[in-house]
Every structure is written in structure tokens, then in C-alpha cells.
Design a protein around this ligand. Structure first.
Ligand SMILES: Nc1ncnc2c1ncn2[C@@H]1O[C@H](COP(=O)(O)OP(=O)(O)OP(=O)(O)O)[C@@H](O)[C@H]1O
Ligand SMILES: Nc1ncnc2c1ncn2[C@@H]1O[C@H](COP(=O)(O)OP(=O)(O)OP(=O)(O)O)[C@@H](O)[C@H]1O
Ligand SMILES: [Mg+2]
Ligand SMILES: [Mg+2]
Lengths: 228, 228
């Protein structure tokens, strides 16, 4: 499903090169539930952005369902990002002048869903993350954890087959964080959705079946989690 | 030092009122080390913004060093925000087109510090949070946790007597998070700085001496932490 071969990502800054990813090799099968842990700055978001087709590697290959992503054109990539992959950004990336419900509707506009269906689905998605009474608040009228949950609802709205979540519970209290992870577990178990998320929380990682550890741009370890 | 009496904060949204804070009573003495916990949306950031003189309450009184804050003019408030209080925002609020070191220098520009002194202090502050090799990166060239640490360095740069940090370790791995909390503990212990931070992490709250619990805009509980 997701195959990375010797993936590298270098940021060139004048005469300094930042090696954010150094030869990452990884296979994630369809329907897996994987977490990624590692120190701040170790390359987790960089890795997620490449898997999510938001960024291109400097070297190496990325195969998505056996298709080399490097060969896809911009339209194909846009389609993948809109339909196949649901992405929760570490800094949410919500539209500022737009209410919670409108933010969640946006991916459906691109997918050509009718207004009444969009509205109903967005409402349900926000109810699912505990924001039934915040539909019309704009991001600056929401708490940090509420913004995070709008971003989560938005990522799920086109029923993607892959969910990539970059620290989805960083701004949530333990209880609300558990509810979000339970939601991801359900989607993985009931619909076979492939779920990968970055977390700094070992308790949350323990809710997945496979934990990858990143350090200085490379995968340095991996553990299987026994059935909890 | 900080005294809140029956503090309320209501957001008016058309015909709906959001009661973000409902009659908060609180005294925090000089030199205390306090954490605030509570569910997402319970009013923690709203409380911190009022204490930090970034927002005004709808009702009740806020006394800062026995001065009623409601009576201060804009210049006094700006002075307090720049010199007395160091604030770490939940979403960092870094300037986008500005490097890490320049972001940290900005409060010193307002305080009239000379360029060479500013540069040296900003460099040292960033080294203190592990960012010695990221001085010239702009926020979008930094990881989430690195941005958070720039915000932390900036909050400390004018040697405030009060530090207010809104979820300062939310995007940090456990090790880096501990280093930041240790830094706050040192400032509290060695320089008597009053430190209050919001956290969702019980292990981090356990590093403070007093834990306030917020729920639905009110303080519902408090615990003293025995010497760890
Ligand atoms: N556009 C960029 N230009 C230069 N360097 C960058 C850029 N983006 C990221 N970096 C650097 O690449 C490294 C990896 O960044 P990344 O955001 O992947 O880290 P991370 O593991 O997600 O960290 P965190 O846990 O703090 O979010 C960091 O050291 C960062 O400073
Ligand atoms: N400008 C605003 N207009 C209307 N409602 C608002 C506004 N700002 C915040 N709120 C609401 O006030 C409540 C308290 O928000 P606050 O940001 O203080 O929560 P919090 O405890 O910091 O949450 P989190 O842990 O998610 O950061 C939330 O329910 C939020 O939706
Ligand atoms: Mg990151
Ligand atoms: Mg908050």
C-alpha cells in the first residue's frame, strides 16, 4: 500500500543543507494501524508530508498502491490528496474567515458533493468529535483543542482509505484524546482504513499495532504492539 | 500578586452567549509554580489571556500586585505585557517572515535594548532551548516543536517576573518537554519567577507545586503537590 525506498529529503538553505530524512525504508500494508514517535525535529512531519503527497522527496522512491508517485501529474496528486488521503496537520491549517462547518465542507466541494449533503455530513462529522455546539464558530472563536478537532473532522469527510494524522491529540486533554484515538481505531477496524499518526504520547502509541521510532531523519526502531 | 475576584468572560455571538469563564476566584502569590488542567474548551486559554493582560474580563476584578488592572491605560498594559509578563501562546504567534533569532529579539526592541546585546541574548536564549543550529530558520522552516521552543525563548527574553505558558510542551517529545519544564522550574526556584502553565499532561503538572482544575469556565478543584 505505502512503500518507501531509501527516501531522502534535504532542505537547502544557502550554504547549509538540512538532512530531514536520510534513507527511509518502510512498508505499510493496507489496513494497518501505525504510530510514529521521535524527538522534536527528527523528521516525522517531513515523512508524513511526503506520504501525504504534500511534498516530494529529494531522493528515493515512494510507491502508493504500487504506483510510483514521482510519475503522477498534478491532477492525479490533487485527486489522491482529496479522495484517498485524509490529512490532519500539526498546525491544523483551517481557513481563518470560515466557520467550523464550512471548513469541514471544503473537501466535499472539491469532490462535487451537493450543498445539502455536504451540510448534513459536515454537521455529523463535527458531532462525532464533540463539536455539535460549535458549528458556526470561526477558528479564532474556538479553543486550541476544538480547532484540532475541526481539522480531524475535515480529514475524515471524504471517507479516505488512508488517514495521516500529525500529532492529532497534542492539544487535547486525556479524555478527549482517547475519544479521538478510539474514533481512529474504529475506522481502522470497521472500515479497514489505513491509519498512521505521529504522537509524542506513549499511551496513545500503545493503542496502535506498530510503533515506528524516528531519530535524526531515520527509522531507528520498530515494535509490534500485542493485542491490548 | 495575582488576584481574581468573581471573574467572568462572556463571548457574545449574535443571539448566543458563550460563558467561557464563570465567576473565577483565584489568588496566586509571588514565586508560586502553578499548573492548570481541564478539558478542551473549559476556559484555560481564556483565563491565561486575561491574567496576561491580553484580554479584559466581562465582569469581576483582576488585581495585579494590588493594582486593579481595569484602571490601567493602554500604555501601562503594554509595559506590563512587554516587561513584567512572559507569555507562551498555545499557537506560538511567531512572525512568519522573520527568523527564529529575530522573533526572539522583538520584545527587546520594544524594551530599547541595543542591537548587539539583543543578538547575544537571543542567541543564548535559543541555545537554552536546544535551537543553537536553527537561529536563522523562519517558522515554516522549523518543526512544530521547534516553533514552540522559539515561542518559549521569546517569552523569557525580557526577564519577566511572571511566566504564563499555554500548553508549552504540547508539541514536544517527552524528553524535550522535560527539559522545558526543568527550565521553568529553575527560573522559579533560582529567580523567584511566578510560573503558571496550562498542560494536559499529568506528569508535567506533577512537577509544579499546585494544580488547578478547570471545568466549564470554573475552578472545580485544586491540589497541592508534595515536594517531589
Ligand atoms: N522548510 C524547511 N527548511 C529547512 N529546514 C526545515 C524545513 N522544514 C523542516 N526543517 C527541519 O527539518 C527537520 C525535521 O522537521 P520535521 O518538521 O519533520 O520534524 P518533526 O519530527 O515533525 O518535529 P516536531 O516533533 O517538533 O513536530 C527539523 O530539524 C527542521 O528544522
Ligand atoms: N472569540 C470567541 N468567541 C466565541 N467563543 C469563544 C471564543 N474564544 C473561545 N471561545 C469558546 O470559549 C470556550 C473556552 O475556550 P478556551 O480557548 O479558553 O478553552 P481551553 O480550555 O483553552 O481549551 P483547549 O484545551 O482546547 O485549548 C470554548 O468553548 C470556545 O469555543
Ligand atoms: Mg512535526
Ligand atoms: Mg487552550
Amino acid at each position: 500500500m505505502i512503500r518507501l525506498e531509501n527516501l531522502t529529503r534535504v532542505y537547502h538553505m544557502g550554504d547549509v543543507d538540512v538532512h530531514a530524512l536520510r534513507g527511509v525504508n518502510l512498508e505499510v500494508g493496507s489496513g494497518e494501524l501505525v504510530s510514529i514517535m521521535g524527538p522534536s525535529g527528527s523528521g516525522k512531519s517531513t515523512l508524513m508530508n511526503i506520504i501525504g503527497c504534500l511534498d516530494k522527496p529529494t531522493g528515493g522512491q515512494y510507491y502508493l498502491d504500487d504506483t510510483p508517485v514521482a510519475q503522477l501529474n498534478d491532477d492525479d496528486l490533487a485527486e489522491i490528496r482529496n479522495r484517498k488521503i485524509g490529512f490532519v496537520f500539526q498546525s491544523y491549517n483551517l481557513l481563518a474567515r470560515t466557520s467550523a462547518i464550512e471548513n469541514v465542507e471544503i473537501p466535499m466541494i472539491y469532490a462535487g458533493v451537493s450543498p445539502s449533503v455536504r451540510h448534513a455530513r459536515a454537521k455529523a462529522a463535527l458531532e462525532n468529535v464533540g463539536l455539535a455546539d460549535r458549528l458556526h464558530h470561526r477558528p479564532n472563536e474556538l479553543s486550541g483543542g476544538q480547532q484540532q478537532r475541526v481539522a480531524i473532522a475535515r480529514s475524515l469527510i471524504n471517507e479516505p482509505t488512508i488517514i495521516l494524522a500529525d500529532e492529532p491529540t497534542g492539544n487535547l486533554d486525556t479524555q478527549t484524546g482517547k475519544e479521538i484515538i478510539t474514533l481512529f481505531q474504529q475506522l481502522n477496524r470497521d472500515r479497514g482504513i489505513t491509519v498512521m499518526f505521529v504522537t509524542h504520547d506513549a499511551d496513545i502509541a500503545a493503542c496502535t499495532r506498530r510503533i515506528l521510532r524516528l531519530r535524526d531523519g531515520a527509522i531507528v526502531g520498530e515494535e509490534k504492539v500485542d493485542e491490548p
